[in-house]
Design a protein. Structure first.
Length: 122
């Protein structure tokens, strides 16, 4: 074999080795993956709670005792939506002494506009 033939063989082996490494080597950083939602006992509603929150033993939801914070989970039938929406409106909350700094309904945002109500309510 001539020296040119050896050089071509070395190049081919190097290229094949690099391709094999690209295909079979694990990624340097694993892709980010969402955590699995946690469902409080007897709840059909689950979520990934913020750091420090754990499932409460005294109510349906999550709590962070150290920060005196809680997330209450309540599943309601679709028929209750209109009344709940009225009671959570900033004007209704203000009547009860609650000041609202900002307010938005997730299902009224563009990313949820094409999601059927049956998906949001289940």
């Amino acid at each position: 074999m001539t020296s040119v033939g050896k050089l071509d063989s070395v190049r081919a082996a190097a290229i094949l080795g690099a391709l094999a490494w690209l295909v079979f080597a694990p990624p340097a950083t694993a892709p980010a993956q969402a955590a699995d939602p946690i469902f409080p006992l007897a709840s059909r509603v689950g979520l990934v709670p913020p750091a420090g929150m754990t499932v409460s033993k005294s109510f349906l939801g999550f709590e962070d005792v150290a920060k005196d914070a809680a997330i209450l989970v309540a599943a309601q039938p679709p028929a209750a939506y209109a009344e709940i929406e009225k009671s959570l409106a900033p004007e209704a909350l203000k009547k009860n002494g609650i000041t609202v700094d900002s307010f938005s309904l997730a299902w009224n945002t563009p990313e949820y506009s094409s999601v059927p109500d049956s998906v949001l309510m289940n």
